[in-house]
Design a protein around this ligand. Structure first.
Ligand SMILES: [Zn+2]
Length: 421
């Protein structure tokens, strides 16, 4: 018996363990090959094949649900993956076989169409969680940098009109819960229970299915932009220039002037382009963690509180105001950020275009070496953003001294920026 919205007329509750039947496709995290590791199956078209908690697409699963509810999407529709394979090779490296090195993404996520072609052909709904494509970026600041002579088109990476050739990679989060728990030094049952409770109980399997170790969280993922030859990222002899950027929609996209996020991002892109032109690989990792992962509503509330403070918008009160509103100064917790570097095989960043001590520490602690740290030039900081940058420097952000040396404050301190650095 079927209904228009689902194939079964009954509702399948997940609040209690099922009959205990083992999953058909077990996941062995860190296994040496995609087939031994097993596919991550977060589709709902055939529930009996699922082997994870949550659904493909993270937060977008909700829009998919709306499309089904509105009658616009057949609930058992499966993707046709013809011609969707990566346009460049991101080959396996030893970190893919280390269950502790990568815990927040599926290292085989871009290769499922190939690795599990037989199962997909038999109707198992296995979808990529990573996609690799190429594009050209056109940004006004890059054209201005050409006009000012800071960048020179080479016809390969940077084109005469200002367009920039890149490889770009979209990554959906895939959490291996035992590994996430270890990374944050909490017991896995505690992590599962808190995830269950703090999401209002929407994922009962977090607590009812301890046999399911993988969770597709309803959060944003990351986009990687590569300038130059991606194959050189994992080359021990290659050089890497990198910016890790946390999303700040207001500044990144709209040029809102209270923070330094877009100037930081553009500065990182400019350095990546210039270094890629001389044989390095440029890498921008863009993480969807809006408003220090507290969200844009919280962020705008903090802006109001800062602007209305009796003492004025001061560097001293910068972090305090966020904590007053959100209860925490920063929820980005960079501990998971290095996974993408392990995935790409990057073991050393020669030039790290960031002043954030939290990002720096997270990478160093994850075994990614960092050479030079590149600070944003003062003339790229908007006038209204100086409060932010002074607060960050006072809290331990990296800033070069006039003498040239590194002024490293308390690296365990509150190194956070408005959002992105
Ligand atoms: Zn910002």
């Amino acid at each position: 018996m079927t209904t228009p919205l689902n194939r079964a007329s009954h509702i399948r509750l997940t609040s209690h363990p099922g009959a205990g039947a083992p999953v058909r496709f077990p996941i062995s995290w860190g296994a040496p090959t995609a087939r031994e590791r097993g596919p991550v199956i977060g589709s709902v078209t055939r529930p009996s094949d699922r082997n994870v908690i949550g659904a493909y697409g993270g937060a977008y699963a909700l829009y998919r649900a709306l499309a089904v509810a509105a009658g616009a999407l057949n609930p058992i529709q499966r993707p046709d993956l013809t011609d969707t394979a990566p346009v460049v090779d991101i080959p396996a490296n030893p970190a893919w076989r280390d269950p502790a090195a990568i815990v927040a993404l599926d290292p085989w996520g871009h290769l499922v169409g190939e690795a599990f072609a037989d199962e997909i052909g038999e109707g198992v709904d296995i979808r990529p969680t990573i996609a690799v494509t190429r594009a050209q970026l056109t940004m006004a600041e890059v054209a201005q940098a050409i006009d000012k002579g800071r960048l020179v088109p080479d016809g390969a990476i940077l084109h005469p009109g200002g367009a920039v050739s890149v490889t770009k990679i979209a990554i959906d989060p895939v959490w291996h819960l035992p590994g996430i728990a270890r990374r944050f030094q909490v017991a896995e049952p505690t992590l599962r229970r808190v995830l269950f409770e703090q999401t209002g109980g929407i994922y009962p399997e977090l607590v009812t299915r301890p046999d399911l170790a993988v969770f597709l969280p309803p959060i944003g993922g990351a986009t990687v932009y590569i300038f130059g030859d991606p194959a050189r990222l994992a080359d021990p002899a290659g050089r890497v220039t990198c910016r890790v950027h946390d999303e700040c929609n207001g500044s990144d996209v709209f040029g809102s002037d209270i923070c330094t996020c877009r100037p930081y991002l553009i500065h990182g892109i400019e350095e990546c382009i210039r270094d890629a032109q001389t044989g390095s690989v440029g890498l921008v990792v863009y993480n969807r963690k809006e408003g220090r992962a507290l969200g844009e509503v919280t962020k705008f509330l903090v802006y109001n509180a800062r602007k209305r403070a009796a003492a004025g918008d001061t560097a001293d009160a910068y972090f305090e105001r966020t904590e007053c509103v959100a209860g925490v100064q920063d929820a980005r917790f960079q501990e998971l950020m290095p996974d993408v570097f392990h995935w790409l095989g990057v073991t050393r960043i020669d030039r790290f275009v960031s002043m954030s001590n939290m990002k720096y520490e997270a990478l160093i602690n994850a075994g990614v070496a960092i050479g030079e740290r590149v600070a944003i030039p003062d003339d790229l900081v908007p006038a209204d953003a100086h409060v932010e940058i002074e607060a960050k420097k006072a809290a331990g952000y990296y800033a070069p001294t006039p003498a040239d040396g590194a002024m490293l404050g308390d690296v365990r301190g509150r190194g956070i920026d408005d959002v992105s650095d």
